[in-house]
Each structure stands twice: as C-alpha cells, then as structure tokens.
Design a protein around this ligand. Structure first.
Ligand SMILES: Nc1ncnc2c1ncn2[C@@H]1O[C@H](COP(=O)(O)OP(=O)(O)O)[C@@H](O)[C@H]1O
Ligand SMILES: [Mg+2]
Length: 473
C-alpha cells in the first residue's frame, strides 16, 4: 500500500506541547498501558512502546505521520480534535480484553486545538472494575437481545409462527397455503386479537412478494383528513407554507410488495372511491401533482367488522368489497378453539422471557384449565396480556392457578369505582371519563371503533381521548 505520508512540522510550539505532554506522562506511566498523541490534522506524532505492543504493530512499522484511523480504525481522537472536547471515559476492545481509554485535546496558550492525546488503562485500576463489570454485563445483555431479535424476525412472520393445533387453525393454514402463491387481494376476517396482522405477514412471507416491502396502514388510527396523503403521497409544495418536501404515500412505499390495510371496515366512504379507482387503474396520483405513477401492490385487508352489514347500511362500497375479498379467510375467535390454549401459552411464554434469567416459564395444568374457562373477548392478544401480567406477578417461574386467577380480568360482574368525592369537579369528571373508556374497551374486547360507538363519540374524538388519558391499546 502506498500512502502519502505527511512530515510532521516540528514547529517550536508543537514541540513544546509534545514535550510537556511527554513529561506529564512519565509521572502517569505506572497507571496507563499505552498512550498516543496526534496533531491538529489527527496524524500520529507520537506513540508509546506499550501501545505499539497492544496494537500489535510490527517492529519495523513506523506509524508517525499517518492519519490515526490507519492505525486505530475506529479511533475517536479525530472527534476530540475537531470538537476540542475531551472524551474522559470510554471503553475499547483489544482482542478480548477491555480497556478504559481517556482522550484529551491539547491546546496552545490561546486555546487553539493543536492535537489530542489518548491514554489506555487496563483493569489493574481497581476503581474502574465496577464500570468494566457493568459494561461487560450490558454487552452480554445486548448480545442476547440481538440474538432474540434476529430469531424473532426470522420466525415471526412465517406461517409456522401462527400456532394452533385445533382443526380450525389447521384448516385455516391449509387454506392459506393453498392460495399463498396466488397474487389476488386477500381479506382476513376475525375479531380483534385473533392474529389477523400476524397472518397477513405470513401470507406476504409465503408469496412471491416476500422480498418486497410489507407496508401496513391502520385505518382506525389515521385521522380521516390525513388518509389521502397517507395513501397517495404529497407532491413537493402541494400546500403553501406546509411541508414543502414531497412525501411518498404508502402505495408507493409498498410498490413490489404488499399493502396491508388494517381495520378496513373503518375506511371512510370518501377514500373508498379513490382507493377503488387506484386498484382498478393500477396507478396513483400524489396530492398536488399532475403526474401518475404505475404501482404494483398486493392488497391484504383485515377487519373485525361485519363488512356485509356495513354494505347494507351503505357505509361500505360493495364494489370495493368485491375487489378486496378475492380470497377470504376467517380466523375463528379463541373461545371457539380453546384447545389451542396450551400451545399458545407455551409459545407466548417463550416470547415473555425473564430479563434476569432465561429458564423460561412453566404453567401448571390447573392454570391452563382456568384459562380455558375464560371466554377471551380480546382473543390471543388478551391471552398474551394475561400471561405477561401473570409472569410479572409470579414469585417463581411457575405460573399456577392462583397467579393466573389474579392476572385474569375480574369476571363479568362489573365493578364500578365509587366516585372520589375528595377531588374537584374537573378531576372527578376526568376520572369518570377515563373509567368509562377503560370499561368500554374491556367490554368490546379492545375494539376501538366498537368502544367509540358504545360511548357515542366519533372515532377521532375517541382517539383524542385515549391520548389525553394516556391509555395505550
Ligand atoms: N395463532 C397465533 N400464534 C401465535 N401468536 C398469535 C396467534 N394469534 C395471535 N397471536 C399474537 O397475538 C397478538 C395479536 O395478534 P394480531 O395479529 O395483532 O391480532 P389482530 O390483528 O387480529 O388484532 C400478537 O402479539 C400476535 O403475535
Ligand atoms: Mg390488528
């Protein structure tokens, strides 16, 4: 390799600083394992013999004058020189040993940065032991978390991750397998929490579009006024004063892949017409633009609503329905397949790992029986929540009937909170509103649109209230 090597200008100033620094080291020598100095261009001006050993530099290799990164690839000395600020404590790995490093800018009398110096310490410095220990632990946790994440990504979206041994689930899976390679629009029906989104991912993953994007839009979560730009995008400068940059719509983002429309039953009528046109023509026109773009997406839609009833009351267009319901699957509610519960528990508990150890949870047969007595209005999502709650409460890794009983929601008998008469009116009303929202959500199995209807408020008002009361659903 040929490199242009700078000669280090031995300006008196520079020399002076280096000399001073070197003198200061001789006092520190016993404490560090190595040191290095760079100049204002972050070229190496000096490196001590022990650091050379640590870096495994060949005896005849002369690093002086080289940019520091050529010798220490991820060195942060450049940052110190550029910012003029020290990095007092950092950790660097050499082979499998960890060292504490400390980097300080060198400045002239006027405060101009002339270079930087880096020290390397090893763990013979007792007081750093706790920090190194902590760092090592964090590193281990990170490695574990990354492994879990990779595992999750690999398995989360395949059909095999949709677990269940009931006839209903077996039928469902074979139906999905049969039409996996067909490219038509698919409609997934099922109550909230039955696994519609999971299944949509699986269908995408089994299809020819698996390498393409999977883009999801939740119709119930996007305010009506924003849906159009969300889907079709915004041309640059479409609104005066507003966002001047172009924004891609979900259709375009899903090009070559799948567009998942969650809660399609909540799609406002106005958008339905536009949407249908896009599906028919296979092209989109961004808001404020006059050019059209060809798009190639597969639509997978899901809903917990009875779309035929919505067609009957004229809030859903039949032509759109026929367009998206080419292939229809229905996921049965959990209460109709209670024999899936043991396997679901096993799978969901595997995903609920303990942070401190990974022995995993054991659920007792009596606890399973108890779970099979519940009627699961929130389906598998509710089961997951109950198990997570139980796991958080359990004193050991065994989830027995007593723990599960405490984790299950109090049975149907409604418990009203007594009104707090000690609070002022505004607080009392806010508490009551919060309580009403939580109850409406609980009795509708978490279906937000149903809960909103029950409370007699619009979808957007409902979302706004959820936000105000900080209720996560
Ligand atoms: N058959 C299943 N196997 C494993 N996990 C499931 C299954 N069905 C649902 N889940 C889990 O339950 C939760 C809710 O599923 P989701 O797909 O979001 O439901 P939906 O979209 O129907 O409301 C998710 O955490 C999902 O992973
Ligand atoms: Mg969902």
């Amino acid at each position: 390799m040929t490199r242009k090597r700078a000669t280090i200008p031995p300006s008196p100033n520079n020399l002076h600083t280096i000399e001073q620094a070197v003198r200061a080291f001789s006092l520190l020598r016993d404490f560090f394992e190595g040191a290095i100095i760079v100049d204002a261009q972050t070229r190496i001006t000096w490196i001590d013999a022990r650091y050379r050993l640590l870096l495994k530099l060949a005896p005849d290799f002369d690093p002086i004058g080289l940019p520091v990164e050529e010798v220490i690839p991820h060195s942060l000395l450049r940052r110190v020189v550029e910012t003029g600020r020290p990095i007092l404590l950092d950790i660097m790995n050499f082979d499998d040993r960890q060292f504490v490093v400390c980097r300080i800018p060198l400045k002239d009398a006027k405060g101009n940065v002339e270079g930087a110096i880096g020290f390397v310490f090893y763990d013979n410095v007792d007081y750093l032991e706790p920090i190194l220990q902590k760092f090592e632990n964090l590193q281990k946790q990170l490695t574990r978390a990354q492994a879990a994440l990779i595992h999750e990504r690999q398995t989360k979206y395949s059909l095999s991750s949709f677990v269940g041994t009931s006839e209903a689930v077996k039928d469902l899976k074979s139906q999905v397998r049969r039409f996996a390679l067909r490219d038509g629009a698919a409609l997934i029906l099922g109550e909230t929490g039955t696994g519609k989104e999971l299944l949509a991912h699986a269908i995408h993953q089994q299809s020819d579009r698996a390498d393409g994007p999977f883009v999801a839009v939740n119709m119930a979560a996007v305010p009506e006024a924003l849906l159009e730009s969300e889907f079709f995008g915004v041309a640059p400068g479409a609104f005066t004063g507003a966002d001047r940059k172009a924004r891609k719509g979900k259709f375009e983002l899903a090009h070559g892949g799948t567009l998942f429309l969650d809660e399609i039953g909540d799609m406002p009528l106005g958008i339905q017409a536009k949407f249908l046109r896009v599906l028919q023509e296979g092209e989109i026109e961004a808001l404020g633009s006059n050019t059209v773009k060809k798009i190639d997406v597969r639509i997978i839609a899901a809903t917990s609503q009875d779309l035929e009833a919505r067609i009957a009351d004229k809030t859903f267009r039949p032509d759109l329905y026929y367009r998206i319901a080419v292939l229809t699957v229905r996921i049965p509610p959990l209460r109709e397949r209670l024999n899936d519960i043991p396997l679901l528990c096993e799978t969901l508990l595997e995903q609920t790992m303990r942070a401190s150890d990974q022995r995993g949870w054991v659920i007792s047969p009596e606890a399973i029986k108890l779970l099979q007595d519940h009627d699961w209005p929130g389906n598998v999502r509710e089961l997951r929540n109950v198990l997570e709650r139980a796991a958080a409460m359990a004193p050991t890794e065994i989830l027995d009937a007593a723990v599960i009983q405490r984790a299950l929601p109090p049975s149907t008998a409604r418990q009203r909170m007594p009104v707090q008469l000690t609070a002022d009116l505004a607080t009392t009303l806010a508490d009551a509103e919060r309580q009403a929202i939580l109850e409406a959500l609980a009795t509708s199995g978490g279906q937000k649109s149903v809960a909103a209807t029950r409370l007699g408020v619009s979808r957007s008002q409902f979302y706004e209230k959820l936000k105000r009361h900080n209720i996560a659903v």
